[in-house]
Design a protein around this ligand. Structure first.
Ligand SMILES: [Zn+2]
Length: 152
């Protein structure tokens, strides 16, 4: 379920529905349970993203592990024109470097839109972010990130 204040301002009914494959089903099932679940290579002792059945470095079959949904803002871009359905304008696409593994970047969106985030904490490289989970009434969940201390 969405947490109060974390609702998708765009209306989640219009968001593109993901089409999980067997190779990334644990990722989507994890989101549905409000957990960030990523492929993990035991041989490399590293999370891998995007989801894939084998580690891109050593080709070992991955396992799946819950990863804390905390990180810092690596980069962002704000769209003022609609490039994707289901996202209210403006929306901000972010790359988040996860605290669990320096260098691991996760593509996401800013949960509360640029204007609200700027009000709570101006966007800057290194801004601490926390994952939130946006439930779609059609039965899937996506992740987004919000600045630490933003309205929850
Ligand atoms: Zn590996």
């Amino acid at each position: 379920m969405s947490e109060p204040g974390h609702a998708n301002p765009a209306g989640p009914a219009l968001r593109a529905r993901p089409a999980p494959a067997a190779s990334d089903r644990p990722f989507w099932d994890g989101l549905r349970a409000h957990r960030l679940t990523l492929p993990y290579c035991d041989d490399c002792a590293a999370y891998r993203y995007p989801p894939a059945p084998r580690c891109p470095h050593c080709l070992t079959a991955v396992t799946w592990r819950e990863c804390p949904g905390r990180g810092t803002l690596w980069s962002w871009a704000t769209a003022r024109r609609r490039f994707a359905p289901g996202l209210g304008l403006p929306y901000t696409v972010v790359q988040v470097e996860l605290d669990a593994q320096p260098g691991l970047l996760l593509d996401s969106t800013l949960a509360c839109g640029e204007a609200e985030a700027v009000g709570a904490a101006p966007l800057r490289i290194g801004l601490p972010l926390t994952a939130v989970y946006l439930d779609d009434p059609r039965g899937f969940t996506v992740h987004a990130f919000q600045p630490d201390g933003a309205d929850s």
